[in-house]
Design a protein around this ligand. Structure first.
Ligand SMILES: [Zn+2]
Length: 263
């Protein structure tokens, strides 16, 4: 029966290409209880390391594979002869600390690809993006237009969403290309209404009211249920007074919005 070790090197390299060779972020932290310190050599549980740990033959294969990757992508030629040099270690370190687009030093990961090291300049250039607030205010798209599918747009696909932590707060990011495409689609549905800025602004506010009556909110780019608590200070409107009233209001408003979308 053939084993991994009996396979020809080309086939082994093809198998290794599925062992997350371009993901430098797989790490698992364990503590060395004797010293109470992280032992850097023992924490790496990357599939390439796991495979290399199984036998000398697979270790040599992984090393050769990492050497080829370094030569091809980093133009790095390792020492001619050294028993101490570890190519897989060098490869993962290089991936983790080098922008994969311009090859400058960087440790940040791309906002829309959290395993790819990418400097801020390349990230901006390669993936033009905007915050949810900009998509909503500058392009007059409501949250119901952006975070689909939902009650108003049950058949619209999901847009790509990523979170970006900036000064301690998470900003919800969307790809510019997808937002503009969505805008064109919504404008087509709305026909002449879309040319009326005041209409578009009040439409956005109406959608906020629908969302409020649905007892849902957007959290980390996803719709989540929000338990409804009656406000003690201000009097709630009749439409908010019970689950049945909220459901009735939502249905009526969604129906009206659908009428507008027929042009
Ligand atoms: Zn870069």
């Amino acid at each position: 029966m053939p084993s991994l070790e009996s396979l020809p090197p080309e086939l082994l390299c093809s198998i290794l290409s599925h062992a997350e060779p371009f993901n430098p972020t797989i790490k698992q932290y364990t503590v060395n209880f004797k010293t109470c310190k992280h032992n850097l050599e023992s924490i790496i549980t990357h599939p390439l390391y796991n495979l290399a740990a199984t036998s000398k033959h697979l270790k040599d294969t992984v090393e050769e594979y990492a050497r080829i990757l370094l030569k091809k992508h980093a133009k790095f030629h390792g020492p001619k002869k050294s028993n101490k040099f570890i190519y897989r270690k060098k490869w993962l370190k290089w991936l983790d600390a080098t922008c994969q687009l311009c090859h400058k030093k960087s440790v940040r990961k791309a906002i829309f690809d959290n395993i790819m090291t990418c400097c801020a300049t390349c990230d901006k250039k390669e993936w033009p993006k905007m915050t949810m607030t900009d998509a909503s205010h500058k392009h007059n798209l409501s949250r119901l237009d952006l975070f689909t599918p939902n009650i108003l747009h049950p058949d619209l696909p999901k847009l790509s969403v990523a979170l970006y932590c900036c000064m301690g707060t998470n900003a919800t990011m969307l790809l510019e290309r997808e937002v503009l495409e969505r805008k064109r689609y919504i404008h087509d549905l709305l026909g002449d209404h879309a040319k009326n800025t005041a209409f578009m602004q009040s439409r956005r506010n109406r959608h906020l009211r629908i969302i409020k009556h649905m007892d849902v909110t957007i959290h980390r780019g996803k719709w989540i249920r929000q338990s409804h608590t009656l406000s003690a200070e201000k009097k709630e409107s009749k439409s908010m007074s019970s689950a049945e009233e909220r459901r009735r209001f939502t249905e009526k408003m969604v129906e009206q919005e659908r009428m507008y979308m027929q042009g």
